[in-house]
Design a protein around this ligand. Structure first.
Ligand code: GRF
Length: 203
């Protein structure tokens, strides 16, 4: 399957997908990386490796609708079949989400439905949870919602700071996202309207 990855910054999850996709039997190929921030380090990384990249600066668009419309056109032009959001820090219009219904996935650094949104690790620590983790889910219009495709748990240490927890969760993200994309791209995870029909054990 042809995959487009959306980023806004560092792009380490995108890098983990690119690295995984090098395996000859991997069922997905990263055909384009799009960033809404031209200066995103991940964009330069992908470009250096010969992956087609697009800088789509949201500040140059008059509205969210126009930005999302152009993003959709570019993904279609690249013949993208699956969109993988990886630290893409933009709210999306209902139209864009609908256009990629069950074909757009995202990674979030918590065990959803807990701790949606920003400052995830600070809030997890403040809540005193002993286990956190990360989630890959299909994208729905409401932020960080949608059928859960896979999760990985990470233990919270007594002396964790938001930074140390973030680093440990990020390492789990880098394992989980390529695993789930592999299953999703090879139709081993199937999505009904709001349910996940699995043909595998959750990693
Ligand atoms: C990751 O923690 C991801 O879960 C969240 O934003 C962060 C992006 O990091 N959505 P990177 O750009 O993939 O390095």
């Amino acid at each position: 399957k042809r995959v487009g990855v959306l980023i806004s910054g560092r792009g380490s999850n995108m890098m983990s997908l690119v690295e995984a996709a090098k395996a000859p039997d991997y069922p997905a190929e990263i055909v384009v990386v799009v960033s809404n921030r031209p200066e995103a380090p991940g964009l330069a990384w992908a470009k250096d490796r010969g992956i087609p990249t697009i800088a789509l600066d949201h500040r140059t668009f008059r509205s969210r609708e126009e930005f999302d419309d152009q993003l959709h056109r570019l993904l279609l032009a690249a013949r993208v079949e699956i969109v993988a959001c990886a630290g893409f820090m933009r709210l999306m219009t209902p139209e864009l989400v609908a256009n990629w219904h069950n074909r757009m996935i995202n990674i979030h650094p918590s065990l959803l439905p807990c701790f949606k949104g920003l400052h995830t690790h600070e809030r997890a620590l403040a809540a005193g949870v002993r286990i956190s983790g990360c989630t890959v889910h299909a994208v729905r219009h409401e932020m960080d919602t949608g059928p859960i495709l896979g999760q990985a748990a990470v233990c919270v240490a007594a002396n964790d700071t938001a930074e140390s927890l973030a680093a440990r969760v990020l390492a789990a993200e880098h394992k989980l996202y390529p695993q789930i994309l592999r299953l999703f791209a090879s139709d081993q995870i199937l999505l009904d309207e709001n349910a996940v029909i699995t043909k595998h054990s959750f990693p």
